[in-house]
Design a protein around this ligand. Structure first.
Ligand code: FMN
Length: 328
Protein backbone atom coordinates (compact mmCIF):
# COMPACT_ATOMS: atom_id res chain seq x y z
CA UNK A 1 0.00 0.00 0.00
CA UNK A 2 1.14 3.56 -0.72
CA UNK A 3 2.59 5.08 2.47
CA UNK A 4 0.81 8.26 3.70
CA UNK A 5 4.07 10.20 3.47
CA UNK A 6 4.47 9.12 -0.18
CA UNK A 7 0.84 9.95 -0.94
CA UNK A 8 1.54 13.54 0.14
CA UNK A 9 4.52 13.71 -2.25
CA UNK A 10 2.35 12.24 -5.02
CA UNK A 11 -0.29 14.92 -4.42
CA UNK A 12 2.35 17.67 -4.72
CA UNK A 13 3.58 16.31 -8.03
CA UNK A 14 0.12 15.45 -9.36
CA UNK A 15 -0.91 19.10 -8.89
CA UNK A 16 1.58 20.11 -11.55
CA UNK A 17 -0.62 19.20 -14.50
CA UNK A 18 -1.27 21.80 -17.18
CA UNK A 19 -4.62 23.56 -17.44
CA UNK A 20 -5.94 26.35 -19.64
CA UNK A 21 -5.55 29.76 -17.86
CA UNK A 22 -4.28 27.66 -14.90
CA UNK A 23 -7.90 26.94 -13.88
CA UNK A 24 -6.92 23.58 -12.27
CA UNK A 25 -10.35 21.96 -12.63
CA UNK A 26 -9.43 18.50 -11.26
CA UNK A 27 -10.80 17.28 -7.94
CA UNK A 28 -9.66 13.97 -6.47
CA UNK A 29 -11.34 11.76 -3.89
CA UNK A 30 -8.93 9.17 -2.57
CA UNK A 31 -9.85 6.36 -0.21
CA UNK A 32 -7.47 3.45 0.13
CA UNK A 33 -7.04 1.98 -3.33
CA UNK A 34 -9.94 3.95 -4.81
CA UNK A 35 -9.12 7.13 -6.74
CA UNK A 36 -12.05 9.11 -8.12
CA UNK A 37 -11.31 12.01 -10.47
CA UNK A 38 -14.04 14.63 -10.94
CA UNK A 39 -14.07 18.24 -12.07
CA UNK A 40 -14.96 21.59 -10.58
CA UNK A 41 -17.46 23.01 -13.05
CA UNK A 42 -17.04 26.52 -11.69
CA UNK A 43 -13.58 26.42 -13.26
CA UNK A 44 -14.85 26.13 -16.82
CA UNK A 45 -14.26 28.89 -19.38
CA UNK A 46 -17.62 29.33 -21.14
CA UNK A 47 -16.37 31.98 -23.61
CA UNK A 48 -12.85 30.79 -24.33
CA UNK A 49 -13.85 27.13 -24.27
CA UNK A 50 -17.60 26.84 -25.05
CA UNK A 51 -17.52 23.07 -25.64
CA UNK A 52 -15.45 22.37 -22.50
CA UNK A 53 -12.81 20.83 -24.74
CA UNK A 54 -9.84 22.42 -22.99
CA UNK A 55 -11.48 21.85 -19.60
CA UNK A 56 -11.56 18.11 -20.32
CA UNK A 57 -8.09 18.13 -21.89
CA UNK A 58 -6.91 19.61 -18.59
CA UNK A 59 -8.65 16.76 -16.73
CA UNK A 60 -6.88 14.29 -19.04
CA UNK A 61 -3.59 15.99 -18.19
CA UNK A 62 -4.44 15.71 -14.48
CA UNK A 63 -5.06 11.96 -14.79
CA UNK A 64 -1.82 11.39 -16.72
CA UNK A 65 0.17 13.48 -14.25
CA UNK A 66 -1.25 11.49 -11.33
CA UNK A 67 -0.20 8.25 -13.06
CA UNK A 68 3.32 9.55 -13.71
CA UNK A 69 3.61 10.83 -10.12
CA UNK A 70 2.47 7.50 -8.64
CA UNK A 71 4.94 5.58 -10.80
CA UNK A 72 7.81 7.20 -8.88
CA UNK A 73 6.56 5.36 -5.80
CA UNK A 74 5.87 1.98 -7.42
CA UNK A 75 2.19 2.51 -8.21
CA UNK A 76 -0.11 3.33 -11.07
CA UNK A 77 -3.82 3.71 -11.80
CA UNK A 78 -6.11 1.34 -13.61
CA UNK A 79 -9.16 3.16 -15.02
CA UNK A 80 -12.30 1.20 -14.11
CA UNK A 81 -14.92 3.49 -15.63
CA UNK A 82 -15.00 6.87 -17.32
CA UNK A 83 -17.81 9.31 -17.91
CA UNK A 84 -17.14 12.86 -19.16
CA UNK A 85 -20.58 14.29 -19.84
CA UNK A 86 -22.75 15.64 -18.28
CA UNK A 87 -20.18 15.49 -15.50
CA UNK A 88 -16.72 14.06 -15.08
CA UNK A 89 -16.41 10.84 -13.13
CA UNK A 90 -13.32 8.73 -13.70
CA UNK A 91 -13.05 5.82 -11.30
CA UNK A 92 -9.61 4.32 -10.90
CA UNK A 93 -7.92 1.68 -8.80
CA UNK A 94 -4.42 1.92 -7.38
CA UNK A 95 -2.22 -0.86 -8.79
CA UNK A 96 1.41 -1.76 -8.28
CA UNK A 97 3.81 -1.10 -11.18
CA UNK A 98 7.37 -2.29 -11.58
CA UNK A 99 8.79 0.67 -13.52
CA UNK A 100 9.00 4.39 -12.91
CA UNK A 101 7.70 6.41 -15.83
CA UNK A 102 10.75 7.90 -17.64
CA UNK A 103 9.01 11.31 -17.51
CA UNK A 104 8.70 11.25 -13.70
CA UNK A 105 11.91 13.27 -13.07
CA UNK A 106 10.63 16.14 -15.23
CA UNK A 107 7.34 16.84 -13.46
CA UNK A 108 8.96 19.26 -11.06
CA UNK A 109 10.74 21.51 -13.53
CA UNK A 110 8.26 21.69 -16.39
CA UNK A 111 6.82 25.17 -16.84
CA UNK A 112 5.09 27.35 -19.38
CA UNK A 113 7.76 29.83 -20.47
CA UNK A 114 6.17 33.02 -21.71
CA UNK A 115 9.10 35.35 -22.31
CA UNK A 116 11.48 35.39 -25.27
CA UNK A 117 13.65 32.32 -25.68
CA UNK A 118 17.42 32.53 -26.03
CA UNK A 119 18.92 31.13 -29.22
CA UNK A 120 19.46 27.37 -29.15
CA UNK A 121 23.00 26.17 -29.80
CA UNK A 122 23.96 23.51 -32.33
CA UNK A 123 23.77 20.52 -29.98
CA UNK A 124 20.43 21.65 -28.56
CA UNK A 125 19.00 21.95 -32.07
CA UNK A 126 20.33 18.48 -32.95
CA UNK A 127 18.71 16.97 -29.84
CA UNK A 128 15.41 18.62 -30.77
CA UNK A 129 15.54 17.30 -34.32
CA UNK A 130 16.58 13.79 -33.45
CA UNK A 131 13.82 13.52 -30.88
CA UNK A 132 10.92 15.18 -32.66
CA UNK A 133 11.52 15.62 -36.37
CA UNK A 134 10.00 12.41 -37.63
CA UNK A 135 7.01 11.89 -35.39
CA UNK A 136 3.59 11.28 -36.90
CA UNK A 137 1.71 13.18 -34.18
CA UNK A 138 4.13 16.10 -33.69
CA UNK A 139 4.93 18.35 -36.66
CA UNK A 140 8.06 20.33 -35.97
CA UNK A 141 8.58 23.48 -38.04
CA UNK A 142 11.96 25.17 -37.85
CA UNK A 143 12.38 27.42 -40.85
CA UNK A 144 12.23 31.14 -40.06
CA UNK A 145 9.83 31.95 -42.89
CA UNK A 146 7.18 29.56 -41.58
CA UNK A 147 7.75 30.64 -37.96
CA UNK A 148 7.20 34.25 -39.10
CA UNK A 149 3.94 33.23 -40.74
CA UNK A 150 2.87 31.47 -37.53
CA UNK A 151 3.74 34.63 -35.56
CA UNK A 152 1.63 36.82 -37.85
CA UNK A 153 -1.33 34.42 -37.78
CA UNK A 154 -1.05 34.08 -33.99
CA UNK A 155 -1.15 37.88 -33.59
CA UNK A 156 -4.25 38.13 -35.78
CA UNK A 157 -6.01 35.30 -33.91
CA UNK A 158 -5.07 36.77 -30.52
CA UNK A 159 -6.37 40.19 -31.56
CA UNK A 160 -9.59 38.58 -32.77
CA UNK A 161 -10.23 36.84 -29.42
CA UNK A 162 -9.11 39.72 -27.18
CA UNK A 163 -11.40 42.00 -29.18
CA UNK A 164 -14.41 40.07 -27.87
CA UNK A 165 -15.68 41.69 -24.69
CA UNK A 166 -16.95 38.47 -23.06
CA UNK A 167 -13.72 36.63 -23.81
CA UNK A 168 -11.63 39.42 -22.36
CA UNK A 169 -13.86 39.79 -19.30
CA UNK A 170 -13.51 36.05 -18.64
CA UNK A 171 -9.72 36.22 -19.08
CA UNK A 172 -9.66 39.05 -16.54
CA UNK A 173 -11.29 36.76 -14.00
CA UNK A 174 -8.18 34.58 -14.20
CA UNK A 175 -5.56 37.33 -14.33
CA UNK A 176 -4.02 38.04 -10.93
CA UNK A 177 -2.48 41.50 -10.78
CA UNK A 178 -3.36 42.23 -7.18
CA UNK A 179 -1.06 40.69 -4.55
CA UNK A 180 -3.77 40.98 -1.93
CA UNK A 181 -6.04 38.73 -4.05
CA UNK A 182 -6.32 35.47 -2.06
CA UNK A 183 -5.87 33.52 -5.32
CA UNK A 184 -2.71 35.43 -6.33
CA UNK A 185 -0.41 32.42 -5.90
CA UNK A 186 -3.08 29.70 -6.16
CA UNK A 187 -4.53 29.71 -9.67
CA UNK A 188 -4.91 31.83 -12.79
CA UNK A 189 -2.03 33.85 -14.17
CA UNK A 190 -0.04 36.35 -12.12
CA UNK A 191 2.76 38.58 -13.50
CA UNK A 192 5.48 36.09 -12.53
CA UNK A 193 3.69 33.25 -14.36
CA UNK A 194 3.35 35.54 -17.38
CA UNK A 195 7.03 36.53 -17.12
CA UNK A 196 6.10 40.22 -16.92
CA UNK A 197 8.27 42.86 -15.29
CA UNK A 198 6.57 45.19 -12.81
CA UNK A 199 6.25 47.88 -15.47
CA UNK A 200 4.84 45.44 -18.04
CA UNK A 201 2.40 44.07 -15.46
CA UNK A 202 1.23 47.59 -14.65
CA UNK A 203 0.58 48.19 -18.38
CA UNK A 204 -1.08 44.80 -18.97
CA UNK A 205 -3.42 45.30 -16.01
CA UNK A 206 -4.96 48.30 -17.74
CA UNK A 207 -4.59 47.38 -21.42
CA UNK A 208 -6.47 44.11 -20.87
CA UNK A 209 -9.46 45.72 -19.14
CA UNK A 210 -12.37 45.31 -21.63
CA UNK A 211 -13.36 49.00 -21.41
CA UNK A 212 -9.80 50.23 -22.02
CA UNK A 213 -9.04 47.63 -24.69
CA UNK A 214 -12.03 48.74 -26.75
CA UNK A 215 -10.84 52.37 -26.58
CA UNK A 216 -7.32 51.33 -27.62
CA UNK A 217 -8.87 49.34 -30.45
CA UNK A 218 -10.79 52.37 -31.69
CA UNK A 219 -7.60 54.45 -31.50
CA UNK A 220 -5.76 51.78 -33.54
CA UNK A 221 -3.29 51.13 -30.70
CA UNK A 222 -4.48 47.74 -29.43
CA UNK A 223 -2.73 45.61 -32.07
CA UNK A 224 0.71 46.99 -31.25
CA UNK A 225 0.16 46.69 -27.52
CA UNK A 226 -0.59 42.97 -27.63
CA UNK A 227 1.98 42.16 -30.33
CA UNK A 228 3.78 38.90 -29.48
CA UNK A 229 5.65 38.53 -32.77
CA UNK A 230 9.12 38.92 -31.29
CA UNK A 231 8.36 36.20 -28.71
CA UNK A 232 7.17 33.77 -31.37
CA UNK A 233 10.16 34.62 -33.57
CA UNK A 234 12.55 33.80 -30.71
CA UNK A 235 11.40 30.16 -30.85
CA UNK A 236 13.77 27.49 -32.08
CA UNK A 237 10.76 25.74 -33.57
CA UNK A 238 7.01 25.52 -33.57
CA UNK A 239 5.59 22.14 -32.56
CA UNK A 240 2.11 21.30 -33.82
CA UNK A 241 0.30 18.53 -31.95
CA UNK A 242 -1.87 16.23 -34.06
CA UNK A 243 -4.47 13.76 -32.78
CA UNK A 244 -6.96 11.44 -34.44
CA UNK A 245 -10.41 13.06 -34.63
CA UNK A 246 -11.92 10.11 -32.77
CA UNK A 247 -9.73 10.43 -29.65
CA UNK A 248 -11.51 11.70 -26.54
CA UNK A 249 -10.36 14.69 -24.53
CA UNK A 250 -8.83 12.52 -21.80
CA UNK A 251 -6.42 10.86 -24.25
CA UNK A 252 -5.73 14.28 -25.78
CA UNK A 253 -4.86 15.65 -22.34
CA UNK A 254 -2.58 12.73 -21.67
CA UNK A 255 -0.80 13.29 -25.00
CA UNK A 256 -0.59 17.05 -24.34
CA UNK A 257 1.01 16.49 -20.92
CA UNK A 258 3.39 13.73 -22.01
CA UNK A 259 4.56 15.67 -25.05
CA UNK A 260 5.28 18.73 -22.89
CA UNK A 261 7.33 16.58 -20.50
CA UNK A 262 9.21 14.99 -23.41
CA UNK A 263 10.39 18.44 -24.50
CA UNK A 264 11.31 19.23 -20.88
CA UNK A 265 13.34 16.01 -20.79
CA UNK A 266 15.69 17.28 -23.53
CA UNK A 267 16.05 20.80 -22.09
CA UNK A 268 13.32 22.62 -24.01
CA UNK A 269 10.35 24.60 -22.76
CA UNK A 270 7.02 25.34 -24.36
CA UNK A 271 4.40 28.01 -24.60
CA UNK A 272 1.08 27.05 -26.20
CA UNK A 273 -0.32 29.26 -28.95
CA UNK A 274 -3.91 28.13 -28.39
CA UNK A 275 -5.47 31.17 -30.09
CA UNK A 276 -4.04 29.97 -33.38
CA UNK A 277 -5.58 26.50 -33.24
CA UNK A 278 -8.80 27.65 -31.51
CA UNK A 279 -9.57 29.94 -34.45
CA UNK A 280 -11.25 27.67 -37.02
CA UNK A 281 -9.86 29.58 -40.02
CA UNK A 282 -6.24 29.21 -38.86
CA UNK A 283 -6.77 25.66 -37.61
CA UNK A 284 -7.93 24.67 -41.11
CA UNK A 285 -5.19 26.67 -42.81
CA UNK A 286 -2.39 25.03 -40.79
CA UNK A 287 -4.01 21.57 -41.00
CA UNK A 288 -3.72 21.89 -44.79
CA UNK A 289 -0.21 23.31 -44.67
CA UNK A 290 0.92 20.41 -42.49
CA UNK A 291 -0.84 17.87 -44.74
CA UNK A 292 -3.04 16.44 -42.01
CA UNK A 293 -5.27 13.56 -43.05
CA UNK A 294 -9.04 14.00 -42.97
CA UNK A 295 -9.27 11.88 -39.77
CA UNK A 296 -6.71 14.06 -37.96
CA UNK A 297 -7.19 17.17 -35.82
CA UNK A 298 -4.74 19.94 -34.99
CA UNK A 299 -4.84 19.97 -31.20
CA UNK A 300 -2.49 22.83 -30.44
CA UNK A 301 0.70 24.61 -31.44
CA UNK A 302 3.60 25.44 -29.16
CA UNK A 303 6.52 27.75 -29.49
CA UNK A 304 9.58 25.80 -28.41
CA UNK A 305 12.86 27.11 -27.00
CA UNK A 306 15.70 26.22 -24.64
CA UNK A 307 14.66 26.13 -20.99
CA UNK A 308 15.84 29.37 -19.33
CA UNK A 309 17.92 29.32 -16.15
CA UNK A 310 15.29 31.15 -14.17
CA UNK A 311 11.82 29.65 -14.15
CA UNK A 312 8.64 31.08 -12.67
CA UNK A 313 7.32 29.43 -9.54
CA UNK A 314 4.57 26.85 -9.74
CA UNK A 315 1.31 28.49 -8.76
CA UNK A 316 -1.12 25.85 -7.57
CA UNK A 317 -4.16 25.44 -5.34
CA UNK A 318 -3.40 24.16 -1.85
CA UNK A 319 -3.74 20.37 -1.67
CA UNK A 320 -6.74 20.52 0.66
CA UNK A 321 -8.76 22.23 -2.09
CA UNK A 322 -7.91 19.54 -4.66
CA UNK A 323 -7.73 16.27 -2.75
CA UNK A 324 -10.96 15.93 -0.86
CA UNK A 325 -12.20 13.58 1.77
CA UNK A 326 -15.57 12.01 0.97
CA UNK A 327 -17.15 8.58 0.89
CA UNK A 328 -16.74 7.22 -2.65
C1 FMN B 1 -5.59 23.15 -23.20
C2 FMN B 1 -4.55 24.14 -22.74
C3 FMN B 1 -4.37 25.33 -23.43
C4 FMN B 1 -3.40 26.24 -23.03
N1 FMN B 1 -3.22 27.40 -23.75
C5 FMN B 1 -2.30 28.30 -23.38
C6 FMN B 1 -2.07 29.48 -24.14
O1 FMN B 1 -2.70 29.72 -25.16
N2 FMN B 1 -1.12 30.35 -23.72
C7 FMN B 1 -0.38 30.12 -22.60
O2 FMN B 1 0.47 30.95 -22.27
N3 FMN B 1 -0.54 28.98 -21.86
C8 FMN B 1 -1.49 28.06 -22.22
N4 FMN B 1 -1.64 26.90 -21.52
C9 FMN B 1 -0.73 26.62 -20.40
C10 FMN B 1 -1.37 26.90 -19.07
O3 FMN B 1 -1.69 28.27 -18.96
C11 FMN B 1 -0.42 26.44 -17.98
O4 FMN B 1 -0.30 25.07 -18.02
C12 FMN B 1 -0.86 26.85 -16.58
O5 FMN B 1 -0.88 28.25 -16.48
C13 FMN B 1 0.05 26.29 -15.50
O6 FMN B 1 1.35 26.79 -15.62
P1 FMN B 1 2.62 25.86 -15.86
O7 FMN B 1 2.45 25.22 -17.23
O8 FMN B 1 3.80 26.77 -15.82
O9 FMN B 1 2.65 24.82 -14.80
C14 FMN B 1 -2.60 25.96 -21.90
C15 FMN B 1 -2.80 24.76 -21.20
C16 FMN B 1 -3.76 23.86 -21.60
C17 FMN B 1 -3.94 22.58 -20.85
Amino acid sequence: MLKPVDLEKVKDLASRYVSAHNTQPAKWFIKGKEFLLTDDESRKLPFADPNSHDHLVSIGAALETMKIALSGFGFGLKVLSQSLRPCVEIRCELVEVSETDPLFPFLENRRSVRNKFRKANFSEKSALKSQFLNKANIKLVEDKKTITEVANDFNRANYHFLGQKDYLAELNEWLRFDRSDSSFTEDGLNPEAMYLSQVEAFGAKYVLKPSIFSILKKMGLAKTMIDEKSKVLSATAIAFLVVKEETDEISRGSFFMRTWLEFTQIGFSLNPLSCLTDFTFYNEKWSKRLHLNSDEYLLNAFRVGPTPEKLASNFRLPKEKVFLEKEI
